[in-house]
Design a protein around this ligand. Structure first.
Ligand code: UDP
Ligand code: MG
Length: 313
């Protein structure tokens, strides 16, 4: 039995040594299994790559794939899935927010139970800014309302999967990736493991509020066409309202021979409708721009350096 651990790393020089040590000790406690540690250096600007090369020199379980620039965590995870060869595969952050010590329990659940994957979720959002938690919750609520794909609140990307599930993920080759949605979309039986939120061991988070906000919008447009429906419904409702108003104004003019009046209200209405139109065009634009990127079929990532000889690009 072989277990592949995929670790996306972006500027993780501070966290990597501790993580590697912890993962190695967990791996040696599970001597029944062969391990493959697949580190994806996502265009780090610090010493992440030299550190990984150092690990690889002394440990043949360590494989690294270094991108030519920062392609994002989604691309890094995809590279990992494409290149993982284990019977079981897990994604794990380099900052120990996904505790390697959970691995033995996860493997046991897959071996004994009738599950295809074990996923983790944090039971609390302890140590996270309040405002960030608030928007995160709001996002999950909206997402689950408007999309058929179930996205679990508090779910982390940390999960252990059987081969079939990894193959399914690899077969979803869209460039605009939103893994939380992809995991839900492909289905399979998942066991949920809760644990308390752990804070980063070292270094700092790579996600600014703005980056998260854009990521959540991506999630919505990738897994739901409801915003498009909202814009059509809005268009329909406004057409109805304007029809009623037209009849009202027409009849009033016939009866009272109304002189010209109401210029300010007219301007307000024109601006309002104009705003709504631009808003709806913007929504359509979001989808078109996604299609534009997808049709180019650009690679998800570009590999600059690796110690793997059978690399999938
Ligand atoms: N990461 C990455 N590419 C990026 C941003 C992040 O590979 O562009 C990696 C990062 O090194 C870490 C994981 O993704 O291993 C999660 O990132 P982070 O801890 O910053 O996110 P948070 O836990 O705060 O959500
Ligand atoms: Mg983290």
């Amino acid at each position: 039995m072989k277990i592949s651990i995929i670790v996306p790393c972006y500027n993780e020089e501070e966290a990597l040594p501790a993580f590697y040590e912890e993962l190695s000790s967990v791996a040696s406690s599970m001597d029944k299994y062969e391990f493959e540690m697949l580190f994806i250096d996502d265009g780090s600007k610090d010493n992440t790559l030299p550190i990984l090369q150092e690990f690889a020199k002394n440990d043949e379980r360590v494989k690294y794939i270094a991108f030519s620039r920062n392609f994002g965590k989604e691309a890094a995870m995809y590279a990992g899935f494409c290149n993982s060869s284990g019977d079981y595969t897990a994604v794990m952050d380099a900052d120990m927010q996904d505790p390697p010590s959970l691995l033995p329990e996860m493997v046991k659940i897959l071996e004994e139970g009738d599950y295809d994957s074990v996923a983790t979720r944090r039971s609390t959002r302890k140590g996270e800014p309040k405002i960030r938690s608030f928007f995160a919750r709001l996002f999950y609520k909206i997402m689950n309302k408007i999309s058929n794909t179930n996205v679990v609140d508090g779910a982390r990307d940390f999960r252990l999967m059987k081969r079939e599930m990894v193959d399914a993920i690899v077969s979803m080759c869209e460039v605009n990736r939103f893994s939380k949605g992809i995991f839900g979309w492909i289905g399979f039986k998942t066991y949920w493991l809760s644990y308390e939120n752990v804070e980063r061991v070292a270094g700092k988070t790579k996600w600014s509020f703005w980056k998260l906000f854009k990521y959540s919008l991506d999630g919505i447009t990738n897994f739901s066409s409801t915003p498009l429906k909202i814009s059509s419904v809005m268009g329909f409702v406004f057409t109805l309202i304007s029809l009623v108003m037209l009849i009202f104004v027409f009849v009033r003019a016939l009866i009272f021979q109304d002189p010209v009046q109401g210029w300010p209200s007219l301007v307000c209405i024109i601006l309002f409708i104009g705003g709504i139109q631009l808003f709806c065009i913007g929504i359509i634009g979001q989808y078109i721009s996604k299609m534009y990127i997808e049709t180019k079929k650009r690679p998800h990532y570009i590999v600059a350096k690796t110690n793997k000889d059978d690399i999938v690009k």
